[in-house]
Design a protein around this ligand. Structure first.
Ligand code: RNT
Ligand code: ZN
Length: 420
């Protein structure tokens, strides 16, 4: 018996003593697909204009060598991660700026069609990945004075509304082809650097524009609309049209998914508390799991108290069909593949931690107002041997342990990335 199996055996006995079934928890972990953000692999550049600037209030910093320069390289990097270093079946999250054109002739964003993503779809189908999608409202000259869909300029607005309409159709085509609903996430950077004189008009414009964007009825079996708020971005420090209240209101009224990005709220505000609060009013939630650090909302996801709390709420709500987990961060200062691996594995570890907690004891204590016991059990959970269960999950799925994957990434860096 390997050390890992031996440790697992002891750990599972230990958990059984307090009524937690580790085998069940491991089985359940497989029910949580995570949507891997393709944009970590090339610093959110896409293939329309890969040398262009990243604009729209988001930024990658760093110039670690080896970023993917072509769709083939990017898909190859994702395969390397999803096939060899991560256990379970997952999804890939693609932005509209990752379109590909056969003839090499560029098609504008307001004219994009499913065929411009056929390579992504064929590849995802072949590898058994689900796919999610996003209109791209940044890094484009039609963004005028910091505005897209919420622009007062009708021409600008029309262009972006049509872009959203096309992406919804693309998402539906993706969902149909892959047999799993594709979440199409609407995020616009529209906002102002300094204090607005009129906060209301752009919001009324956006509300009406969204109604136009979503007018076409598409089958939720194939595609789901989600709307994402933000507190501020670089260059939009004072005002963001699509704020939290704005989109929560819109999502409830129009029965859209609400997107909670962990980096898009006030620094001491956490998204974990928002899941159970929003769920009774919306058909579903899309999570952009991220890690905010000061002004940046997009650091690599690591195991923090926040992440554990998010995972606990996902598991406790038990609505795995309606809660969609996606990662959203981009770091160009470290090996980009390692950034994916750390984020994916941290998310899975947090979910496993949540699946293994002595839930009954915690809830029973709370029900009887025995807050002393609730605290004792909550703390006990943190030092129960969940890491042994995690190692066993890796071994069972034939993927490297935490102490081993880095060597594989370094070898890939030497053999593949360094040649780019
Ligand atoms: C930006 C939003 C948005 C993007 C991606 C690339 O602050 O979080 O979700 O990060 O769509
Ligand atoms: Zn996001």
């Amino acid at each position: 018996m390997s050390n890992v199996s031996a440790a697992y055996k002891l750990a599972s006995e230990r958990y059984a003593e307090i009524g937690v079934d580790t085998a069940k928890a491991l089985k359940k972990l497989g029910n949580y697909p995570i949507s891997l953000q393709c944009w970590q692999g090339d610093d959110v550049r896409g293939f329309e204009n890969p040398d262009g600037d990243l604009t729209g209030g988001i930024q990658t910093t760093g110039n670690y060598p080896g970023r993917a320069r072509t769709p083939e390289e990017l898909r190859g990097d994702i395969d390397f991660v999803l096939k060899g270093l991560i256990a379970g079946k997952h999804r890939v999250n693609v932005h509209a700026c990752y379109s590909e054109f056969d003839s090499g002739k560029k098609v504008e964003r307001n004219e994009l069609q499913p065929e411009h993503f056929k390579n992504w779809i064929t590849w995802a189908k072949k590898n058994g990945y689900g796919m999610d999608f996003n209109p791209t409202f940044f890094s484009h000259p039609m963004m005028k004075d910091g505005f897209t869909v919420a622009s007062r300029d009708k021409k600008v607005r029309k262009f972006w509304i049509q872009h959203e309409i096309q992406t919804r159709r693309i998402a539906a085509a993706i969902g149909k082809a892959l047999g799993t609903a594709c979440v199409n996430n609407f995020w616009i950077p529209d906002g102002l650097k300094d204090v607005p004189a009129d906060r209301e008009t752009p919001r009324l414009i956006l509300k009406e524009a969204l109604d136009e964007c979503f007018a076409e009825k598409l089958d939720p079996k194939y595609m789901l609309d989600a709307v994402e708020s933000k507190l501020f971005g670089i260059g939009a420090e004072s005002y963001t049209v699509g704020s939290s209240e704005f989109y929560l209101g819109y999502a409830v009224q129009n029965q859209k998914l609400i997107t909670f990005d962990a980096g898009h709220f006030h620094p001491t505000e956490t998204i974990s508390d928002k899941l159970s609060a929003a769920m009774p009013f919306v058909p579903g939630i899309l999570l952009h799991v991220s890690r905010g650090v000061r002004w940046d909302s997009d650091h690599v996801v690591t195991i923090t108290d926040d992440l554990i709390a998010i995972a606990q709420e996902i598991v406790r709500l038990g609505r795995s069909k309606d809660i969609h987990i996606g990662l959203d961060y981009f770091d160009a200062s470290i090996n980009r593949i390692a950034a994916w691996v750390v984020g994916m594995r941290s998310m899975q570890k947090a979910l496993l931690f949540a699946l293994l907690e002595p839930r009954k004891q915690m809830v029973d204590a709370e029900k009887t107002a025995d807050f002393t016991s609730r605290m004792a059990w909550t703390e006990a959970a943190k030092s129960l041997p969940w890491q042994a269960v995690w190692d066993y999950y890796c071994e069972q799925n034939d993927i490297p342990l935490d102490t081993q994957w880095l060597a594989e990434v370094k070898a890939y860096e030497k053999n593949v990335l360094a040649k780019r």
